[in-house]
Design a protein around this ligand. Structure first.
Ligand code: URA
Length: 465
């Protein structure tokens, strides 16, 4: 029996070194136990493996390393053994990573998926409270992850809050950043983190402003923002009131609105599965700096489907498309055109916010052709699922995503384009183009033209339905 002691619960390098030597030496997974901590590795002497490997060295696909790096962060004590068993299986059956029915691979996949979700939750739900200390302001957050993700996730916070001094306290360890260097400290308790300050008031105002009762789905909200995290979130104090108010307002809306179309079969479950996968998307590098994937939203049998470019700063934080300044203009224009946004599916060509940092600000950058192409994977699935009659591309990036090639807005605008999906495609300007126009008269003219286009789109959808 070999007993392997790893230095920390997320010690991937330690696991990899030991696992490689054991696998090359032909050690059966049943003959290895794994532990974390200071306990001496009594049965695993300094040179415990046979001097001659029983088999030639072997290599594993990159996909295994990526999977193992995530799965090892899971809190399941079996993870090291499961990963070692999978490594041995790969040694003997190199095609195992392609065998999606392999029960061991599925189990390890499930661990990695839970870890990715936890990483996403930490990015979305860490909230900093401002504290004064010698030498200035520090932002301190308390977070309780389910898995050992804090070290692996720290890079995101360094990049995202590079210019602030901050600390993230968790039960297992704490991470402190002073703008230049990082320090790791011991675990903490909730009582170590400050509670309540002016930053919270800002958060609460922001959250109440973006809350839309018509789109409230309590179940989805609970799964996306589990109650466990509510205690950390200043805006969560508002949730019971917002939900109660929303339900009353929604009841009034239902009483006056026509019956909404029925959902098709299990579309909602399929959609949630695709959305969950997209939450862990690494198909292009934009996921590294964005807070979260911003997936599309709206009825899954919507006849009308809008594609924007990518989430902006506010969408990146809220996790929903078109809630910032461009979204407000879009909502107003739709309202004036008599088009009901709550009956349309609204998404983006690219699901992560791309930006450059300028001081404390994050300035939007247009996605490139490769990023749009990588994200068409998700857009295609959204279109296949919703099967809209009419798809509207807002701006050049959206048009490229819809058509699979670059087009000029001025030349394509105003003409119906038959799409592969069977829908009719239309191209128009992006609302932020209107926001950016410096000349007031031109802005008013272009805005009126946009509203008219939306009006005829609304009529066209009715004719197609
Ligand atoms: N601009 C977009 O294209 N999409 C959004 O969601 C927000 C701004």
């Amino acid at each position: 029996m070999h007993r392997i002691t790893l230095s920390t619960p997320d010690d991937f390098d330690g696991w990899r070194t030991a696992a490689r030597r054991l696998a090359v030496a032909g050690v059966d997974p049943a003959d290895v136990t794994w532990q974390v901590g200071d306990t001496p590795a009594d049965l695993f002497a300094p040179d415990p493996l046979p001097p001659e490997p029983l088999r030639a060295a072997f290599s594993v696909p990159r996909a295994f390393i990526d999977l193992a790096e995530k799965a090892i962060l899971h809190s399941d004590p079996e993870r090291f053994a499961l990963l070692y068993a999978l490594l041995v299986r790969l040694r003997d059956r190199p095609g195992t990573m392609e065998d999606k029915a392999d029960p061991l691979l599925r189990r390890v996949d499930a661990l990695a998926k839970a870890v990715r979700r936890d990483i996403h939750k930490m990015r979305a739900f860490v909230r900093f409270r401002e504290v004064e200390e010698d030498g200035g302001t520090r932002f301190v957050a308390w977070f309780e992850p389910d898995h050992h993700i804090v070290r692996a996730n720290a890079g995101f916070f360094f990049r995202r809050f590079a210019t602030m001094r901050w600390s993230i306290l968790t039960p297992e360890l704490s991470i402190h950043w002073d703008g230049e260097t990082v320090r790791e400290g011991p675990g903490a308790t909730r009582a170590d983190a400050p509670d309540g300050d002016p930053v919270e008031a800002l958060w609460k105002g922001y959250y109440a402003a973006i809350f839309n009762p018509a789109r409230l789905k309590t179940g989805a909200m609970l799964s996306e923002m589990p109650k466990k995290y509510w205690r950390n979130l200043p805006e969560a104090a508002l949730i019971p009131d917002l939900i109660a108010g929303a339900q009353a307002r929604e009841a009034a809306m239902i009483a006056t609105a026509p019956t909404p179309p029925k959902r098709q079969g299990n579309a909602a479950t399929v959609w949630a599965g695709i959305r969950d996968e997209a939450m862990a998307c690494t198909r292009c590098p934009l996921y590294k700096d964005a807070t979260q994937t911003v997936f599309g939203e709206g009825p899954l049998d919507a006849p009308l489907f809008f594609i924007g470019e990518q989430p902006g700063d506010q969408e990146d934080q809220a996790g929903r498309p078109f809630v910032g300044p461009a979204g407000q203009l879009f909502d107003q224009a739709l309202g004036e055109a008599g088009v009901d946004r709550s009956r349309a599916y609204v998404t983006n060509a690219v699901k992560h916010f791309k930006f450059v940092r300028q001081g404390k600000r994050r300035l939007h950058q247009s996605p490139d052709a490769g990023e749009i192409q990588a994200c068409r994977w998700w857009l295609g699935q959204e279109i296949d699922l919703v099967r809209p009659r009419l798809i509207v591309a807002l701006g050049a990036s959206a048009a490229r995503a819809m058509l699979g090639k670059a087009v000029t807005i001025s030349r394509t605008r105003g003409t119906a384009i038959p799409l592969e999906s069977g829908a009719e495609g239309w191209v128009t300007v992006h609302p932020s183009y209107l926001l950016r126009l410096p000349d007031e008269t031109k802005r008013a003219e272009e805005r009126a033209r946009f509203v008219e286009e939306l009006r005829s789109i609304g009529e066209r959808v009715k004719a197609l339905a």
